[in-house]
Design a protein around this ligand. Structure first.
Ligand code: SF4
Length: 368
């Protein structure tokens, strides 16, 4: 393992019991079906894919919130499946999770001081009450809230502020790795940009490593150093964010990128725009799992499984038999060149504006 790799997964699988017809054994749901990846220390690594791709299950496996069916996850060189007692507590301290929904992830009967103070009590039992209070105040300031918010309850805050409380709670144990499962998707668009900025600032200031799960490519584009694209339980492409957005190799990645920004009314979508529904993970198609939706499908794709390999040797592996031919015959036009319109284009512009701003994050004084 390279020294700058903080977490690795190898052959990671998680299958769930499926539901089937009477007298017939149900097929397992292959939510994650053989994922290998390395997370580099200090980077923001994004995992992107449609709903049903298995990305949230993968995030939970990496945080050991779920046990794998097969495969391994190592954190700082140690297999996390074998940890128990003090070693497992250390993992819980060092790897923190930010949940998607700030409304349901916070106990409504606990004050903000209590919510953020709890992990301090767990992980730093020798801390005095005064020290804990000071640390809660510091965490509130770090996420753009104010110490006097300590006595308030989650319902007194907006969605964006609640997510800030969730972030402060995650940071309380001084983690080295933070995993965010769609950390902004439940928020209003304008608030999303603020929280995206906050997470980027915190990563920089605290030297964190982040794994961000998202389906929104505008979020990914502005948050991550590297991106893994997930389809039906497997990774189909991994690359540096700028390279992957400019020169996507897998037809699925090309299709996802082609969908943003949305074309203006009357403008047809490019050839690779994705169609149809993602197949059931209980019955993934044989051969290449994407072949039922791929614009460039050939006979070989229906029987031969493409492996995720870096055959170009440039750190940009892809799982497609024909990516070189596709790139040569159908050069990809980056979405920014298509001058999009509509909600997705507005969101891209909003993130650009938010990231360009170096101002501190605005908060209301009312807590509403
Ligand atoms: Fe499409 Fe074939 Fe490549 Fe799969 S292997 S993405 S079906 S061209």
């Amino acid at each position: 393992m390279s020294a700058d790799v903080i977490m690795s997964a190898r052959g990671l699988k998680r299958h769930f019991q499926g539901s089937g017809a009477l007298f017939r054994k149900p097929a397992p749901v292959r939510a994650v079906d053989g994922v290998s990846l390395d997370i580099r220390r200090g980077e923001t690594f994004a995992i992107v894919g449609e709903s049903g791709s298995g990305k949230s299950t993968l995030a939970r496996l990496l945080a050991r919130l779920l046990e794998p069916t097969a495969g391994s996850v190592t954190f700082e060189g140690k297999e996390i499946a074998n940890l128990s007692g003090a070693a497992l507590r250390d993992l819980r301290r060092d790897v923190q999770f930010i949940f998607q929904d700030p409304f349901s992830s916070l106990n409504p009967r606990a004050s903000v001081g209590r919510l953020i103070g709890e992990p301090l009590e767990t992980h730093f039992p020798k801390m005095t009450a005064a020290e804990r209070r000071e640390r809660v105040a510091e965490l509130l300031r770090q996420v753009g809230l104010r110490p006097e918010h300590m006595g308030r309850y989650p319902h007194e805050f907006s969605g964006g502020q609640r997510q800030r409380i969730g972030i402060a709670r995650a940071l309380a144990s001084r983690p080295t790795l933070v995993i965010g499962d769609e950390p902004v998707s439940a928020l209003d668009v304008s608030v999303q940009a603020q929280v995206v900025n906050l997470l980027a600032d915190l990563r920089e200031a605290l030297g964190l490593t982040m794994i961000v799960i998202a389906h929104d490519l505008a979020v990914i584009r502005h948050m991550s150093n590297r991106v893994a694209v997930m389809y039906l339980g497997t990774l189909v492409e991994v690359g540096e964010t700028d390279t992957l957005f400019a020169e996507p190799r897998h037809p699925y990645t090309r299709a996802l990128l082609a969908a943003i920004p949305e074309p203006a009314p009357g403008v047809s979508r490019p050839a690779e725009a994705i169609g149809g529904e993602i197949p059931s993970p209980a019955a993934p198609p044989p051969g290449c799992r994407f072949h039922t939706r791929c614009t460039y499908v050939q006979e070989r794709c229906r029987v031969d499984v493409p492996e995720l390999i870096d055959d170009a040797g440039d750190g940009h592996p892809v799982a497609c038999h024909f990516w070189r031919e596709i790139a040569a015959r159908h050069p990809f036009a980056p979405p920014v060149e298509r001058q999009g319109h509509g909600p997705a284009a507005e969101r891209v512009a909003l993130y650009r504006h938010a990231v360009a701003r170096a101002e501190p994050i605005a908060t209301t004084t009312t807590g509403k």
